[in-house]
Every structure is written in C-alpha cells, then in structure tokens.
Design a protein around this ligand. Structure first.
Ligand SMILES: [Ca+2]
Length: 277
C-alpha cells in the first residue's frame, strides 16, 4: 500500500516509535498465531529471477508464460508485461499521475487494475493493453484476484469483498479472522487451490484464507526471503503473489525488490504447494 499514509513525523510519533522500539518485535499476525495455534508454513527458494527495483509492486499475476504487474505511486504507476526469466519489461502502459495503481487480476482476456483512492478500476485488453472500460467501486482498492465466480478485492480492512465480474458490484464480503482476531491490512492477493492468499501489509506473512468463511486456515512466513537487509525504503515490503496453476509454480516479490522468487511451501502439516525440485 501507499507510502507513509499513516506516518506524520511529529514528536508524538517519535515518542511512539521509541516506545515501540523498546518492545519485542512481534508482528500482529504472530500475535494471532500464538493465540490460535494456526499452522505457520515455511518456504524453500526454488529459483531466483531479476525484478525491476523501481517497480512498486501492487499487483502480480502469471498467465501463459509471462508475468503481468501493476505498479503504484502517483506518477510512477504502470501496467506491465514482464518476462519471467530476465525481468525484462516487454510491454508497458504508464498510468496518468492522478492515479495510484493497485491490484491486478484477469477475467476472460481482460486485465482489471485497481486504483488506491480513485474509486475506479481500469479494464484492458490483455494482448494490446488498450483500455476498454472502467469499473467504479466504493472505498479503497488494495489487492485484486479472481476465482471461478468473479473478483475478490481487499481494501486495507479485514474484509475481502467479492465482486461481480461483469459489473464489479459487490456481491458479498467476509471478515478475515484468525480464531478470534480480525486480520486487517490485507494487501496483494492470489487465489491458490481455492484459497485466497493475502500479503499482510508491513509483514513477511501471507494469510491463507477460506473465501467462504474468511477464516485464516494457515500462515506462510517468508521472513528472510529478501536477505541481506534489503530495506532501502521503509515501504519496500513483501507484496506480490502469482501462481502458475498449470505448472504448480508459486512466485513472490516485493515493492522495489530487485528479485522475484519461485518458492515452494514447506508445510507445518499437511500438503505443500509448489514444486520442490
Ligand atoms: Ca496476485
């Protein structure tokens, strides 16, 4: 999500930061996990690919051998077609600076790109990137993905909203809960084997969510993935999940990350996701 949207450097903020700095570093999701004993899966890196370190990744999908990516920030937002193996941008459409692009999904050959606070989604022909229409929606736009019935949208709250694929009207919503704890800040999304996977903003975790109930059925902890303390920017956080269902390949990256990873999930219990070799 956006840079510094809640951060205003005041003395009060500084005092809060100092107060927080003296506490153990516990992510909200970790608190939830402790309370509920929801399984936390690990990961294994299968392959590493280059990723444009100027891409402020807000949406990522994999279709027919290539990645499609939506990047954010006003004046830097874009829609991109990216070669997986090299990170080369094969096709790019700049978004007018009034818009801050967000999540990205596909429906029947059309790409749908959210905007953060403009209440509009752009609909493009996937092959040409020609804009065909727009959708309007209430509230903020963060992450977007699609399942067999339509789109699923996150807006920074603990809600996942399910949208009609033809009108983008909200059909239903669920509240995401891990046991008794609501999980908000849901960001980039991907539907993987019938579950909605969500990056949780400013954490190294992906929540695996039941689309039917909103229940968190598991966590994936990707701590250490972008090794070497790569935090040139405080907002350079994990964000971007793309699943190649045909080949069971799972790709993840982050905002301004120079790398994109194919990973396999090492399950705490049960079956993993992704190839392990
Ligand atoms: Ca995605």
């Amino acid at each position: 999500m956006p840079m510094f949207r809640r951060f205003r450097p005041t003395l009060l903020t500084l005092a809060s930061v100092l107060a927080v700095a003296s506490l153990p570093a516990i992510q909200p999701s970790a608190l939830a996990q402790r309370a509920t004993r929801t399984a936390v899966d690990g990961y294994k890196v299968v392959k590493v690919y280059p990723h444009d370190p100027n891409a402020y990744t807000q949406g990522l999908i994999f279709r027919d051998g290539v990645l499609y990516e939506s990047t954010g920030l006003n004046g830097r937002s874009s829609l991109r077609k990216v070669k997986l193996e090299t990170g080369e941008v094969l096709q790019q459409l700049p978004i007018p600076p009034d818009y801050f692009a967000e999540g990205l999904a596909e429906w029947k050959g059309q790409l749908v790109q959210l905007t953060w606070q403009n209440n509009v989604a752009f609909v493009y022909d996937r092959a040409t990137f020609k804009r065909q229409k727009t959708f309007n929606y209430a509230g903020e736009g963060w992450g977007l993905a699609e399942d067999a019935t339509g789109f699923v949208l996150s807006d920074g709250s603990a809600h996942l909203r399910f949208m009609d694929p033809n009108t983008f009207a909200e059909v239903r919503r669920v509240t995401v809960m891990d046991g008794g704890t609501t999980i908000d800040q849901l960001n980039e999304l991907e539907v993987v084997n019938g579950e909605v996977w969500a990056n949780v903003w400013h954490t190294n975790r992906i929540a695996r969510i039941s689309p039917k109930t909103g229940k968190v059925v598991g966590w994936i902890d990707l701590s250490g993935l972008m090794a070497g303390g790569y935090r040139l920017d405080a907002e350079a956080v994990l964000n971007g999940i793309a699943y190649d269902a045909a080949n069971r390949r799972l790709f993840v990256t982050g905002k301004l990350w120079p790398k994109l990873f194919e990973i396999a999930i090492v399950p705490a219990r049960g079956k993993g996701v992704g190839k392990t070799s």
